[in-house]
Design a protein around this ligand. Structure first.
Ligand code: ZN
Length: 160
């Protein structure tokens, strides 16, 4: 029986090989945001279409290139937020960043991660949990969080 780590690796590889929601959206109504991780050379171009009436993420498209972690994380992010309300999307961003920094703060020995734990409370991460193995390689954390920082930027620029 495959272990959890194998399962996580499979999920990441699947998103890397068959990235979800690739493409572009017309701007406007969509908002375009770009993120770059100079440590690794990862690039994310995000098109976010928020329906102002319902306050939900109507559509999201992704372009750009980078390492397997950054591309898998971007693909997972796009699948996770599509159809979600802006509020749920913001909670997901906080939760994912908490997932990535809980271990980091443990490694650095500051605090017990209680605030971060609160951000994770009641949020269903699903497949995104597959990326938690990344925190064992601190240099890759920025690869994993790039998509989420870019999403946050797009949300702010969209005025949602
Ligand atoms: Zn990378």
């Amino acid at each position: 029986m495959p272990g959890l780590e194998d399962l996580y690796r499979e999920i990441i590889l699947d998103h890397y090989r068959s990235p979800r929601n690739r493409g572009e959206l017309p701007v406007p109504p969509a908002t375009k945001a770009e993120g770059f991780n100079p440590l690794c050379g990862d690039e994310v171009v995000l098109y976010l279409d928020v329906d102002p009436d319902s306050g939900t993420v109507r559509d999201v498209k992704i372009a750009g290139q980078g390492c397997s972690i950054s591309q898998a994380s971007t693909s997972m992010m796009s699948a996770a937020v599509k159809g979600k309300s802006v509020e749920e999307t913001r909670r997901l961003i906080r939760a994912f960043k908490a997932l990535m920094s809980i271990h980091e703060s443990k490694l650095e020995g500051d605090g017990d991660g209680a605030d971060l734990q609160a951000d994770l409370e009641g949020v269903r991460l699903g497949d995104l949990e597959a990326l938690q193995g990344v925190v064992k390689f601190p240099v890759r954390i920025k690869c994993a969080t790039l998509a989420w920082n870019t999403l946050q930027q797009a949300l702010e620029e969209s005025g949602a």
